[in-house]
Design a protein around this ligand. Structure first.
Ligand code: NAI
Length: 356
């Protein structure tokens, strides 16, 4: 197997190709690591130009999930399913039921949930064929459903402490650029607005930009201008690989902290950010709120147990940024190395203590 991405640091344990023409299902499930438990990570449905691009995305995302789950202290390894958006008309329910059968055949080695391009109703269809799925409609008092509000909560908490500690200012005195006003980006704007931050936003969907202007008094800039906007903090909340060498030379923010997975185009871009004195709060640390909610739903935790863990992302971020500063290394490298050592030396997890 040739791994498509030069940016994948550790090869995955297993790659499962999916091809079911009858149900318009084409994709791949990557089980990056099962050292800490079943490989958990969402299912993405996207318009990939080529099979190689799809595999590349799946590999990077699955590896990121391994690190994310390890750092969040979850009893899960990392995995990801990536499906190619069919051309023309297709039966969405049939596609996700067929995908569920593939997940079921893996016998619990992989646990799925929603991701970009998939929804709670899609996971309801998946659940018709497998029990290894979360992100299903919430039961009152229990986590479940769309994990995005938890992701936004975790990102906001991390940004808030990083802003106070490293920019020495409260959120009410900073300008934050939010790229992408989807489920997470819009909810992050709500938190930021409540905290008194000035918002600068961009989205390809003009109706979302208008909603942010109406609801939060946000200032709109073009999708080309957002990454170099005159802001103190940049929050990438659209797709990955947006921070590359060209962008880095134009970034004016002093802190990058957002929800998008794999924000750095290459590992060298983390070093470039650090060299410019821009603090990067690693995506796989700060955006773990969603997978914590998914894990809590799957393992039967209560909502307060999920909230406690999501709110702990803020203190983990402070610790990490402090450690990175003291040893003079880019934060994402330090975070990856902590995650890899957790994966190499699994300790008994605390999931039982959280079950109520
Ligand atoms: P979403 O699909 O709801 O929203 C993405 C938004 O970004 C859309 O409004 C889209 O129009 C916009 N967008 C796409 N390309 C853009 C561009 N070049 N410039 C400006 N806007 C652009 O996705 P969601 O759920 O909000 O997730 C956002 C990011 O956070 C994704 O990278 C996702 O993988 C990541 N993430 C999401 C989690 C969740 O709980 N939903 C959990 C962890 C990570």
């Amino acid at each position: 197997m040739v791994y498509g991405s030069a940016s994948v640091v550790c090869p995955p344990e297993r790659i499962v190709k999916i091809s079911d023409a009858k149900n318009h299902l084409e994709g791949v499930i990557v089980l990056h690591s099962t050292r800490l438990g079943p490989a958990a990570g969402g299912c993405r449905l996207w318009n990939y130009p080529t099979e190689a691009a799809m595999l590349d995305d799946a590999l990077r995302l699955a590896e990121g999930m391994s690190y994310k789950n390890a750092l969040a202290g979850l009893p899960f390894g990392g995995g990801k399913a990536v499906l190619r958006m069919p051309r023309g008309e297709f039966d969405r329910g049939a596609l996700f039921r067929a995908f569920g059968k593939v997940v079921e055949e893996l016998g619990g080695e992989y646990v799925t949930a929603e991701d970009v391009g998939t929804t709670v109703p899609d996971m309801v269809d998946v659940a018709q064929s497998t029990r290894y799925v979360a992100g299903l409609p919430a039961v009152v008092g229990r986590p479940g459903g769309d994990p995005s509000p938890w992701t936004a909560r975790g990102v906001f908490g991390a940004m808030d402490v990083a802003c106070r500690q490293h920019l020495s200012r409260p959120m009410s005195e900073v300008r934050v650029g939010v790229q992408g006003l989807g489920s997470v980006g819009m909810d992050l704007c709500r938190h930021l607005n409540q905290a008194g931050a000035t918002l600068v936003v961009a989205d390809m969907d003009q109706s979302r930009v208008e909603a942010a202007i109406r609801s939060f008094g946000a200032h709109a800039v073009s999708t080309e201008a957002i990454l170099s906007a005159d802001v103190d903090i940049l929050a990438p909340c659209a797709l990955g690989a947006v921070i590359d060498h060209r962008v880095i030379s134009r970034v004016r923010a002093r802190l990058v902290c957002g929800a998008a997975n794999n924000q750095l185009a290459t590992a060298a871009d983390g070093t470039r950010l650090a060299e410019r004195g821009i603090i990067y709060a690693p995506d796989f640390l700060v955006n773990a709120g969603g997978i914590i909610s998914v894990a809590g739903e799957y393992l039967g935790w209560t909502e307060p147990a999920v909230r406690r863990r999501v709110d702990a992302i803020a203190s983990s971020t402070v610790d990490l940024l402090q450690r990175a500063k003291s040893i003079g290394a880019p934060p994402e490298r330090v975070a990856e190395s902590i995650a890899r050592s957790l994966m190499a030396n699994p300790t008994p997890t605390c999931e039982l203590e959280q079950v109520v």
